[in-house]
Design a protein around this ligand. Structure first.
Ligand SMILES: Cc1cc2nc3c(=O)[nH]c(=O)nc-3n(C[C@H](O)[C@H](O)[C@H](O)COP(=O)(O)OP(=O)(O)OC[C@H]3O[C@@H](n4cnc5c(N)ncnc54)[C@H](O)[C@@H]3O)c2cc1C
Length: 398
């Protein structure tokens, strides 16, 4: 007999939002997470206006805003000249429900989704449970899971692999992750520093080769994220020794900062060859990874979650055929390969590697024009919407 429960592998934001959407649709769902709690390494902080409707649909937007804060401003800063070009998502006011971005650490967003998920009697999360094996047939999937009590086999009708860039689920399926790895690493730092005093907005793109950065306020208590980039061939063990030299140049008022947390990341542009293999679906970083310039990584993962939980619930409830899951794979790969990945790559080039003053000037001219013209600003902010896939089960009649 076919089983109709779902196991989601990975309690990151993609996995927990997918699980929450399934639980709200009445599906029995179990989340398996290798770590003992939500992982809190410094990663996503800023959520584009375009993903907020989806957070609202699963009921967590209000809590996300209460825990973090909203911000409509984006400032483009040219480090060498000090020029600041200010854009404002208010250009979309009256046209979209949430004309602002939300700032909060992705661990906090995951914790909110978790709290909401555990309110459902048919939802559960098992911590310290690492998936190490997978086999499937026409009726379901059996996962081998290493738990503190020893190995265990768990059965599900469907599995969602949302287990991040190194996805074990993807590897167990034997799926290729096509693409490239950048020769630089990113260093994400959480620092206390009074950026606001120097005219920084809550979200900033600081353009410079080689001292560019993405600078975003994380909370109301003076904590900021500053993500910079360095050659990946430099030794990872000596990042802390090189960091003061970077901040000496990159911080507007000099070196008086407090480092709270930091983490290095290798960067890739890669996409799984398929996001469905039988009864197993991939979502989030498990399916596609991008360098984070422009904040399109988790944006893509959330867009996966929004269409996947709805499509999978419809299949389980007999309201849609399984072909909708192939459509999921096809459409989400297309959104990543045609929009998220090239846009993040262009953005990375602009922020960290402008090759000549002329090239940079041409890009800045576009932003300067937009700062003066609301209709151009509107077009810039609408690009985040291109990454979205509309509902795969509630399609308007042709
Ligand atoms: C410096 C930096 C800044 C970023 N900023 C932004 C931003 O502002 N906006 C944005 O949209 N994106 C941003 N991103 C990208 C974003 O962090 C990722 O896209 C996001 O983490 C993907 O979430 P996920 O849930 O798919 O995967 P993850 O967050 O990686 O979660 C995967 C989970 O699966 C668990 N897991 C792994 N293997 C197993 C297993 N075998 N069994 C069980 N569990 C397992 C892991 O422990 C983890 O909890 C940034 C990334 C970096 C590095």
């Amino acid at each position: 007999m076919t089983r109709d429960n779902v196991i989601v592998v990975g309690a990151g934001p993609t996995g927990l939002v997918t699980a929450l959407g399934l639980a709200r649709a009445g599906v029995d769902v179990t989340v398996l997470e290798a770590e003992p709690a939500v992982v809190d390494s410094p990663r996503a902080v800023v959520y584009h206006w375009a993903v907020l409707d989806g957070l609202d649909r699963v009921g967590i937007l209000d809590d996300a805003i209460r825990t973090g804060f909203t911000n409509p401003e984006l400032c483009i800063i040219v480090l060498k000249t000090g020029e600041k070009i200010r854009l404002n998502i208010n250009a979309l006011a009256g046209e979209v429900t949430h004309p602002y971005q939300v700032h909060l650490g992705q661990d906090k967003l995951a914790a909110i989704a978790l709290q909401h998920l555990l309110r459902f009697p048919h939802a559960r999360v098992r911590w310290s449970s690492r998936v190490v094996g997978l086999r499937q047939d026409g009726a379901g999937v059996t996962l081998r899971v290493n738990t503190p009590a020893g190995p265990e086999d768990l059965e599900a009708g469907w599995v969602v692999g949302a287990d991040g860039g190194h996805s074990t689920v993807r590897q167990l399926l034997g799926l290729r992750m096509d693409g490239m790895t950048w020769p630089e690493r990113f260093v994400a730092t959480n620092i206390r520093y009074d950026f606001a005093q120097y005219g920084y907005a809550p979200a900033n793109v600081v353009i410079d080769a080689p001292y560019g950065a993405i600078v975003a306020r994380i909370d109301h208590a003076g904590l900021w994220r500053c993500t910079y980039c360095e050659d990946d061939s430099l030794p990872e063990e000596t990042i802390l020794e090189r960091m003061p030299a970077y901040f000496n140049v990159a911080l507007p008022g000099g070196k008086d900062y407090e480092l709270v947390q930091y983490s290095p990341y290798r960067m890739h542009q890669r996409c799984a060859e398929r996001m469905r293999a039988g009864r197993v679906l991939l979502a989030g970083d498990a399916a596609h990874i991008t360098n984070p310039t422009g904040g399109l990584g988790l944006t893509s993962g959330l867009y996966d979650a929004y269409v996947l939980y709805e499509a999978l619930a419809a299949v389980i409830h007999g309201e849609a055929g399984e072909a909708v899951l192939d459509l999921y794979s096809q459409e989400r790969r297309r959104a990543f390969l045609e929009h998220a990945s090239p846009e993040a790559s262009n953005f990375k080039r602009m922020v960290y590697h402008a090759k000549s003053d002329a090239e940079l000037e041409a890009q800045l001219a576009g932003f300067r024009a937009a700062a003066r013209d609301q209709s151009l600003q509107r077009l810039i902010f609408l690009t985040a919407k291109k990454l979205e896939t509309p509902s795969l089960v509630r399609r308007p009649a042709p």
